[in-house]
Structure formats: structure tokens, C-alpha cells
Design a protein around this ligand. Structure first.
Ligand code: 48F
Length: 265
């Protein structure tokens, strides 16, 4: 076929129509994952591999969350044996060192993201989740989204709502979705210290990593917390640039989300 002359209106139409088609499939999802860090990307990939309709919403234009910067901008992360299989499943090369494994942070972001997309995850960058949807029983049943740029500019623009059988809060240290539920749903209480979001404890890698998978749970009907958000909820320590727990938490979040989707289908 001859290469067509470049038409700017055609380019615009292709972008708008392709976006509208794909976004139209997201108005009712199985699982909405908030945050494209290691926990969110892993949970989303595993759910999509099982055929679930999964989207990841990421406020920034870049995926990867806290992976990129490794430790203090040295672009390396460290994982433990338990997470080795999850990393190798997406093709990340690991350098072994006495039971620790070192990975390139840029490679980790690229391969986690590519594997998620290949599995069927839709990744929406520049989209912030600013609220959740509820029904009469006050259970979480969707997310409320707006452009990250609208949020950053402080513009008064109404958001759009997207239904989801399960929402995963993988927003990192801020645990934004869990905090929103506590703030906006009267009577919402979590089975956490103080029935609130106490926030993470200071650095203690051994304890923080050990707690993470257990902290990854359905904290409120329809809402799962994963990754650093889970440790923020249970006042568990931070762990810095050891990332095994984040991938394992993503894996656990996918298991919990499957049960929720089954229960609500
Ligand atoms: O912080 P982040 O990487 O979360 P994580 O998966 O991993 C934590 C580690 O990176 C690191 C660590 C390892 O020891 O402690 O911090 O728990 O990724 C969270 C992502 O969520 C996005 C945020 O921009 C980041 O990319 N995010 C946060 N709030 C929202 C959001 C929101 N309301 N809407 C959309 N995206």
C-alpha cells in the first residue's frame, strides 16, 4: 500500500477514536488498580493473565512509582530469594550475591510494564483517582478519576466514575484510597491500629518485608491494600530499596482480588 500523505486531522481522529474505544471498555471493570508501582503492576499483570478486565491508573505520566530511583538515585534495586521467581517470570536479569539479588531499576520498570501490557492490562497514565464509588451498603464499587494535570492545576472540573468489582490501593506510602474511604464514608473503620491509617514506622527492612504480604488484604469491602500502602495501614516499618516484598504483595493482592471478583460476580 502507498504511504498516505500525512493528514493532521486524520492523526487526531485516530488518537481520539482509539482512546474512546479502549476507554469505553473500562467503564465497567473487574479490577481497578490505583498506582503503577511494583505492587500495582504485579497485581494487575497476574489478574490480566487470568483473563480479568484490569486497568491501572497512574497519576504521573510515567509508570514505575518508586522503582526508577533505586536507592538514593543509584539505579539498582535488591530483592530476596522469595521474589526471584516473580522477577524472572517477566525476564528481569538478576545478579546473585549471597542470597540477595540485584536488578537494574530501569530494566525492572520496563519489563514489569511490558509484561503487564502483554498480559492485557490497560495502563492509563496521567490519570489520578480522586475518589471511590459506593452504593447503599457503602461498599466500594468503583473509582472516580480525573486528569492528573487537572488535579495539579487545581481546576474545578468534575471527574468521571468507572465501576469495578474490586479496587486495589497500590498508591504507596500515602495509602490515598484507604484514606479517602475513611474520610468520606461515615462509620468506615479498618481493622488496623487505631482503626485508622497510622502510617509506616521507621526503616526496619527485615520486619517491614516480613509484614507486607500479611498486611495485603481486603481492608474494607471491595478495597484491597497492597505494597507500601499496606504497611502504612498496619504501622509496619518501611524497608527502603529492598523490593521483594512489593512484588510478593502484588501477587497476594491478585489472589485477594480474585476472591472478591468471584464473590461479587
Ligand atoms: O510508591 P510506589 O512505587 O508504590 P508501591 O508499589 O512500592 C513502593 C516502593 O516503590 C518503595 C518502597 C520499596 O521499599 O518503599 O517506595 O507500594 O507507587 C505508587 C504509585 O501510585 C501513584 C504514584 O504516582 C506512584 O507512581 N499514585 C499515588 N496516588 C495515586 C496514584 C492516585 N490517587 N491516583 C493515581 N495514582
Amino acid at each position: 500500500m502507498d504511504t498516505p500523505r500525512l493528514s493532521e486531522p486524520m492523526i487526531t481522529s485516530l488518537i481520539v477514536e482509539s482512546f474512546a474505544r479502549d476507554f469505553g471498555e473500562v467503564v465497567e471493570m473487574d479490577v481497578a488498580v490505583v498506582g503503577a508501582g511494583p505492587a500495582g503492576l504485579t497485581a494487575a499483570r497476574l489478574l490480566a493473565s487470568d483473563g480479568y478486565n484490569v486497568s491501572v491508573f497512574e497519576r504521573k505520566l510515567s509508570v514505575g512509582g518508586g522503582i526508577w530511583g533505586g536507592g538514593m538515585l543509584f539505579p539498582r534495586i535488591v530483592v530476596q530469594e522469595a521474589a526471584r521467581g516473580i522477577m524472572e517470570a517477566v525476564g528481569i536479569r538478576l545478579e546473585p550475591h549471597d542470597g540477595y539479588y540485584i536488578a537494574d531499576s530501569v530494566e525492572t520498570v520496563a519489563k514489569c510494564t511490558a509484561a503487564a501490557i502483554d498480559a492485557g492490562v490497560k495502563v492509563w497514565v496521567g490519570v489520578a483517582v480522586e475518589d471511590v464509588m459506593i452504593r447503599e451498603n457503602d461498599e466500594v464499587c468503583g473509582v472516580v478519576v480525573n486528569w492528573g494535570a487537572v488535579e495539579a492545576a487545581g481546576l474545578h472540573v468534575d471527574p468521571l466514575a468507572l465501576a469495578a468489582r474490586c479496587v486495589i490501593d497500590a498508591t504507596g506510602h500515602a495509602a490515598e484510597i484507604a484514606r479517602t474511604v475513611l474520610r468520606k464514608i461515615p462509620g468506615a473503620r479498618f481493622d488496623t491500629p487505631g482503626e485508622a491509617v497510622p502510617g509506616e514506622r521507621p526503616m526496619y527492612a527485615e520486619v517491614g518485608e516480613a509484614a507486607l504480604v500479611g498486611n495485603t488484604q481486603e481492608i474494607y469491602p471491595g478495597l484491597v491494600v497492597a505494597g507500601m500502602a499496606a504497611n502504612a495501614l498496619f504501622a509496619s516499618p518501611r524497608m527502603g530499596p529492598i523490593f521483594g516484598g512489593m512484588f510478593l504483595s502484588g501477587q497476594r493482592a491478585a489472589e485477594v482480588a480474585r476472591e472478591i471478583v468471584t464473590r461479587r460476580s
